[in-house]
Write a new protein. Sequence first.
Lengths: 403, 203
Amino acid sequence: MINGQYTDSPIYVAGAGIICAIGNNVGECITSFEHGAAGMGAMTYLNSVHKELPVAEVKYNNEELAAMANMPVNASRTALLSCIAAREALADAGIENIRGLRSGFISANTVGGMDKSEQFFETFTANRDAGRLRNVNNHECGSITEMVAEQLNLRDQVTTISTACSSSANAIFYAARLIRHGLLDVAVAGGTDALTKFTLNGFNTLMILDKEYCRPFDDTRAGLNLGEGAGYVVLVSEKVAASLQHIYCRFSGYNNSNDAYHQTASSPDGTGSYLAMQGALKKAKLQPADIDYINLHGTGTQNNDNAEGTAITRLFAPHVPRVSSTKSFTGHTLGASGGIEAVFSALSVKHGYVYPNLRFETPMKELQLMPETSFVKNVPLQHVLSNSFGFGGNCTSLIFSKA
Amino acid sequence: MTEQKYITAWCSVFNNKVAKNGMQLFDGKTVSIDEFVVGVYKYLQVQYPKFYKMDNLSKLGWLATEVLLKDNIEKGSYAPEQIAVVLANANASLDSDLRYLASVKDGASPALFVYTLPNIVIGEICIRNGFKGENTFYIAAHFDAAMMYRQVSETMGHKAEVCVCGWVDVFGEDYKAVLFLVETHKEGIPFSETNLKKLFESN
C-alpha cells in the first residue's frame, strides 16, 4: 500500500533510453525509422532449433553487450540490455543533483535470467552433478532489476513488475504514481527482455509466430515476430522538471483494465483494450478527439489486431487518429515493449514523429483502419497514446502530452 | 486490531466425495479423476460448457468453489473488488505440465499449454464469479494453516471483505480440494490458524 500524500501534480518525461533490434540507442532507432529498416532477420544469437522463425535480435553477443553495459560477461542478457538502455535514459535526463533526490528503478521483465537457466538446464539434464549454479542465481525476474539498480546506483525504490506484454507500461505508470504520492522525485521506469528458448517455444506452441516478417493490422497478418531489447523513460516530479534543461513531454494519463476473458487471448470485441484507452483518456482529462497518434500494441496476431482495432473504432470513430505499430520494426519485445514504445511515443510528442507501420498493404476486412506507412517529422502532435496489452487480459494504455 | 473474521462455509472434494460444512453431498463411487469431476459437474446441474476445456486442477478448484458459494454468497452482495482468492497446493500445475510435455511429440497443444500455470485455476474461478479482488497462489509441500491464516489476514486487511481460500491439488489420480469462505461481517466459525487446521484435517 502506498501511504504517501497523493497530489495530482504533473509528471514529466525527462530522459529516454533504448536498445533493440533497430538500434543501440534512441538516435539509431530514429535513423532506422527514417530508412524503413526493420530489425528482424534470421536467428543468429539465440540457440534454438526453430531457425525457420525470424526474430528481431539485438545484433551483439553477450561479450559485446557486457562491455557496453560495463557488467560481468556471465550476467543474464536481460540485465545487460536493461543496463545499457537505463543508463542511456539517465544520462539523457542529465539530472545533476540526483544524489540529493529520491530516485527509483521500476523495471519490468518477463523472462528474468531464463537465458542463463537454459544454459544450466542443458548441462544439468545431461549430468545431475554438472551445471554452474551461478547460472541460476539470477533466474528470478526481480534479480535482474536488483543487479541493474546496483549498477546505476538507484536505491530508494527498486521493484519489478511482470504482467506479460503490458509489464513495462505498468512499470511506467506505477513509477508515476510513486512520484505523485510523494515517495520519489525521479524514477527510471520501463522494461527489458532477452530472447530465450522458453518464450520462443511458448509463443510457438500458441501458434502465433509468423514465419514471415510480421504484418500488423494487415488483413494477411499471420502472427508476431519475437524481439528483444529494453526501453526506459526517466520520470520526474514537477519540481525536478523545473530544474532541467530539457524535457520531452508530460506523462498525462494511464490506465490498466482487464477483460478477464481468456488466459492468452483478448476478447473479440476488445473490452479490455477499450476500457484501458477510455480510462487513460479520463485520467488525462481528454476526449478521444484530442489524441493525435496511437502507437498500437499491434502485434500482428489475428486476435490482438482484431480486438485492438475494434476497440479503437468503437472509441474513436469517426475521427480515428493516425495509428501505427512499431513492432513491425522491433518485433514484439514482450516485457520491454511498453518501455520501448513509451520512448517512441515521448519522442513523437517532442519532435512530431509519426512512425511507419511496415508491410501494411491490405486493410482488415472487418475494420477500415489504415495505419501510417511512412516516417513523418514535425507533425503537430499534442497527445500520443501508447497501447500495451498482455496475456491474462492485462491491458494498459499510456498518454503522453505536450509539456 | 484487525476485525474478527469468520469461516462461513467450507467444502471438500476428496476421495470421490464432495462435502460441504461437514455434510456429504455427493459420492462419485468412480475410479478415475476424469470421470469423477464430470460426475460432480453433472450433479451440480449448472451450464458452463467451458468447464470441459479446463485441466483437472481448474476443474477441481472450479467445482469446489461452486459448492462453497452456493447458497452462501448472493450475487451482488459484495463489490467484485471486495472478493479475494488465496489458494495453495503442493504440485503446482505439474499434472498439466506433464500432459503438455507428452503432447509436444505430436505438435504441442495450445489448449493444454494455457493451463501450465497453477494460478490459472484462480482465473477460472474469478471469470466464473466475476471476482476482481486480490489473488495469490502459493506452492508448499503441505497445507500450512499458519501461512494461509497470515496471507488471508493480510489480503483482507486492505480492500477485501470476503476471501475464498484453501487447498486445491491434483497430480495424476491424486487430488484434494478443501476451500474456505472467509467473511468479515457474518457469524460463523472464528477464522484462526487452529480452526483452519482442524477443518482441513477433518476432511
